[in-house]
Structures are given as structure tokens and as C-alpha cells.
Ligand binder design. Structure first.
Ligand code: PLP
Length: 525
């Protein structure tokens, strides 16, 4: 929480301004944009929304009994409902419009899947239930595993990783275990990381005690194959390559890369978080990879966050399947069972990565997405995602400079050349999008592109909505280049409930706790 003195500086209207001037309102509200205090500032001591009976036993706590107020806000039920409803209206979400955050795949979360996840018997499961009472749930996880293996052309899948980065940890641990089994772990400590890999890839390698060796990109934004071959050697454990890469481009030399990596005795980790760009069209298993994580919250439409951990299953090649972590599901004589431990450590040398079996709610939603689309629908979803991104690219490229020539995959990447000599930065441009009613695109990522603007429209948006988005961006680009609106860009967002906050101050001196105003002032000084 940013302290309220900062917030009042950032207010659009502000009760402090004089309403007689016409520039402000008496309330500080602007139409339906309601100024909202903290719940503590709204609350009053002694007010409550519930009527609890007097406790029968009075002095159960004896000396431990609380002596004074604990300072919780007191509000009636309507006040609580109104407060949170007003706060929710300040949020921009995928249910409001185009959400072009590149690399994040903010696609529609189908309501059917939400309904399925809440079905009695799925929503209320407990991981300690006897196996006989969860047969359907186990079959569902197995079905999802089957779809993932079929779509990727890989023979095994570890279902339990809790997110993409956790899947990377899982995959790299299986690679380490396979090297250990060959007696090569001590000597193979290097992981090759192309420049266009997602940031979590080198972070994962480093967190497992491996050393990262960067591989440069060629002129077309893809892995430089010659440089990769030169970097391979007996000390290399693996390559971690993101495909499509963070520039939104398909790595077209996958088969050659796989061949070279395997010839050097190393493993091929593919970051498949962007599988939404080619599911149904290409099976990663056919490209020679050894393992790949899949972000269910990107490709298979499960909510980001979603009220709990996500899911980042990892598909494994035949060579790595024996090193998969616990648990896995088997069917014996028509009965489903979770295998969680074995008599021999070799059965699963990396053990297990987390408590229980994975995020059931996400499994249900992802399988709902797959089954309601069918294999032809999934193929169409990835084709539509690529079509949308190329439509955006083609519609903007005369005004906003694309970083690379040719078509893109699921996201369109631009750099800030078009803003040169305007005094306007990528940040100013993105903030001005908020005034036009859009969530900004991803800014300054990937790092290999100067002032990057990365747009991922996904397959969810109707053409008319994309057209409105494109028209707004074109208008902003024209205004930026005209040189007449610099002040507006610098002040953006001008129409949001808050302007630009002092992010450095908020990061360096965060005020994470509300205090009554007198002590609050002291803390802020
Ligand atoms: C290409 C890529 N790799 C890895 C990740 C990490 O996934 P997560 O945020 O689920 O850990 C992401 C996240 O969006 C990603 O886009």
C-alpha cells in the first residue's frame, strides 16, 4: 500500500481542489469513478455487520483476555459490499477488454471451465480422501496427462509442478538425475541459454548450482546455430531454449539444434510456456526435445493466479521418463491409484517437488478447455492467436517500428525507434494507452530489443475489438510523432483514478501497514 499522502498527489480530481472552479467536483469523484478510502478510514469503532450472541462462558481467557481495542474497522454489511465493489471497478481484467500483455497470454477464461471446477465432487476434494472416493478425479488427471502427451508427442509427463518456473526446476532436476546415473553430473555443469530465452530459464539453471553460458542471436532474432555448436562440449549439461522465443519468433532450426546437443551428450530443455502458438500444429516431441514445461494458465486458459497455485506440467522424453518425480497415477485392474513412494530410491531419484498431487482446480479447467475445443479447435486456437498477432503487426508496422522483419508467432514485438527525437519514451506511450481505456502492452521486455513493446492479443479478441485497439495505437503513435503532445504523454495517465506514482519512493519506503493518522504521520516522516 502506498501511503495516502502520495495517493492524494496522484488523484485525478481531488476534494482539495475548488469545485467552484469547475475543474473539480465537491466529492472528489469523477462521474462513476469514486474516490475510495482505505477500509480502515471508512470503519468506525463499535459498528459491526454481524450480531453474535454473548458468550456463555465469560472468563475463559482469564489473564490473557484482551484489554483494549484491536483496531479492526467496523462496517455494516452494505458498507463492506460497496467498498469492495468500488475497488473492483478500479481493476482492469480480461473480462473488460483487450489485455495485450506480451509473454503473459491473457486469454479468456471460459465460464464453462469455472462451472466444471466448482462441481461438487471436484471443488470439494481433499487430498487425504481415501483413493476409493476419488477415482473420478484420478481418472481426470490421467486424461489430462493423456492429452498433454498426445499434443506434445512425448511419452511421459510430470503433473505436479506448480507453475512454469517450477516446471523448469523439475525438468532440470530430471536432467541432473539422468546425468548422475551416467556418472557425468560432476563434469557437466554448463547450461547454454540463448539470448532470447525467457528470464526464468537462466534463473532456474543458476538456482540449481549450474553455470549459464549465453548464446547470441543471429540477425533474424533466432539462435545462432554456429555459435551454439561452438559452445557445446563435454562440460555442457543442457540447453534451455524458449520456443517461440521471447521475441515472438519460432526457432526454425530445432531439429539441427537437437541433433547437435545430443551429439555432444547434453539434453535439450525446451521452454514450452508459449505452446499456445503452435499446439495442434507441431509436436515438440518430433523436434527432438527431451523435456518441456507447459503453462496451463497460458496455453489452456486457466486463470492466472486463480485463487491458488497454478500448474506447469513437464513432458519428458523416453530418456528422461525414468527420472520423473513422484507422484504419478496408475490403473491396476480397473482401479486408479497414486504412486507416492517406492521401496527403492532409484524409482524416483528426485523424490517429490511439492505436497500432494498438483492443482486440481487448474487440471479440471485445462481439461475442460481441451475437451470443449477438441483437437481441431485447439489447432484453430493457436492459428487464431498467431493470426491476431500478425494482424496487429501488419496494421501498425508503418507507424510503430517492428523489431524484426517477417511474420511473428503469437506476439508482435516493436522497438522504440518510432519515438526517436520525440522526447517520449516507451513508458510514456504505454501510460497514454491507459487514458485510451486499454491495459498497456509489456514494456522493455525482451531486454535484447531497445525500448521494447510486446503485444500478445491472443485468440480471444474479436476483430472489431482488435480494430479499436489498433486505431487507438495508431492515433497515439501519430500524436507522439507530431511533437505537439509531449506534455500529455508525460502526464499520462491523465484520466485514471491515479496518475503516475512515485515508484522509486514506493519501492524504497513501502508503507505496508495502515496506522491511525497521528502515528502514521510519524512513521512517514
Ligand atoms: C516463456 C516463459 N517461460 C516461463 C515462464 C514462467 O512461468 P510461471 O510464471 O508460471 O512461473 C513464463 C511466464 O509467463 C513464460 O512466458
Amino acid at each position: 500500500m502506498v501511503q495516502s499522502t502520495d495517493l492524494s498527489q496522484g488523484r485525478s480530481g481531488g476534494a482539495a481542489a475548488d469545485p467552484a472552479s469547475g475543474a473539480a467536483t465537491f466529492t472528489g469523484n469523477r462521474g462513476l469513478q469514486i474516490e475510495e478510502p482505505l477500509i480502515f478510514e471508512l470503519g468506525q469503532s463499535g459498528r459491526t455487520g454481524v450480531d453474535l450472541p454473548e458468550p456463555k462462558v465469560k472468563d475463559r481467557l482469564s489473564g490473557l483476555r484482551r484489554a483494549g481495542e484491536i483496531g479492526l474497522p467496523g462496517l455494516s454489511e452494505p458498507q463492506v459490499v460497496q467498498h469492495y465493489t468500488r475497488l473492483s471497478q478500479k481493476n482492469y481484467g480480461i473480462d473488460m477488454g483487450v489485455y495485450p500483455l506480451g509473454s503473459c497470454t491473457m486469454k479468456h477464461n471460459p465460464r464453462l471451465n469455472e462451472k466444471l471446477a466448482r462441481l461438487l465432487g471436484l471443488g470439494d476434494l481433499h487430498p487425504f480422501q481415501p483413493m476409493s472416493t476419488v477415482q473420478g478425479a484420478l481418472e481426470l488427471i490421467d486424461q489430462l496427462a493423456h492429452w498433454l502427451k498426445t499434443l506434445t508427442g512425448m511419452p511421459a509427463v510430470a503433473m505436479s509442478p506448480a507453475a512454469g518456473a517450477h516446471g523448469e526446476t523439475c525438468g532440470m532436476m530430471t536432467i541432473s538425475a539422468a546425468l548422475e546415473a551416467k556418472g557425468e553430473r560432476a563434469r557437466r555443469k554448463i547450461v547454454l541459454e540463448p539470448e532470447s530465452a525467457h528470464g526464468t530459464n537462466p534463473a532456474t539453471a543458476a538456482s540449481l548450482g549450474l553455470s549459464v553460458r549465453p548464446i547470441p542471436a543471429n540477425g533474424s532474432g533466432r539462435v545462432d546455430l554456429a555459435a551454439l555448436k561452438a559452445a557445446l562440449g563435454p562440460d555442457v549439461a543442457a540447453i534451455m531454449l524458449t520456443n517461440p522465443n521471447t521475441c515472438g519468433l519460432f526457432e526454425s532450426e530445432m531439429i539441427e539444434i537437437a541433433q547437435a546437443v545430443h551429439d555432444a551428450g547434453a539434453y535439450f530443455y525446451c521452454d514450452g510456456a508459449n505452446f499456445n502458438a503452435f499446439m495442434g500444429r507441431v509436436r515438440p516431441g518430433d523436434l527432438g526435445i527431451d523435456c518441456m514445461h507447459i503453462n496451463l494458465h497460458k496455453t489452456f486458459s486457466t486463470p492466472h493466479g486463480g485463487g491458488g497455485p497454478g500448474a506447469g506440467p513437464v513432458v519428458l522424453s523416453q530418456a528422461l521418463a525414468p527420472y520423473a518425480p513422484y507422484p504419478w497415477i496408475v490403473n491396476e485392474g480397473g482401479k486408479w491409484r497414486i504412486v507416492e513412494e517406492g521401496a527403492r530410491i532409484e524409482a524416483a531419484p528426485i523424490g517429490r517437488l511439492r505436497a500432494f498431487h498438483g492443482q486440481m482446480g487448474m487440471f479440471v479447467r485445462a481439461l475442460g478447455y481441451m475437451m470443449s475445443h477438441g483437437i481441431d479447435g485447439l489447432k484453430q486456437a493457436s492459428e487464431d492467436a498467431v493470426l491476431s498477432a500478425n494482424y496487429v503487426l501488419a496494421s501498425l508496422k508503418d507507424l510503430i517500428t517492428p523489431s524484426f522483419g517477417g511474420p511473428c508467432m503469437h506476439e508482435a514485438l516493436f522497438d522504440d525507434h518510432f519515438l526517436r527525437d520525440t522526447g517520449i519514451t516507451t513508458l510514456d506511450f504505454a501510460k497514454a494507452m491507459i487514458d485510451e481505456g486499454f491495459h498497456p502492452m509489456t514494456m522493455y521486455f525482451p531486454l535484447v530489443v531497445h525500448g521494447a513493446l510486446l503485444i500478445e492479443p491472443t485468440e480471444s479478441q474479436a476483430k472489431e475489438d482488435l480494430d479499436r485497439f489498433i486505431a487507438a495505437l495508431r492515433s497515439l503513435a501519430e500524436r507522439a510523432r507530431s511533437g505537439r503532445h509531449v506534455a500529455d504523454f508525460k502526464a499520462a495517465p491523465r484520466f485514471a483514478p491515479r496518475h503516475r506514482l512515485d515508484e522509486v519512493h514506493a519501492a524504497r519506503k513501502p508503507v505496508l501497514r495502515w496506522r491511525p493518522s497521528n502515528t502514521f504521520k510519524q512513521a512517514a516522516e
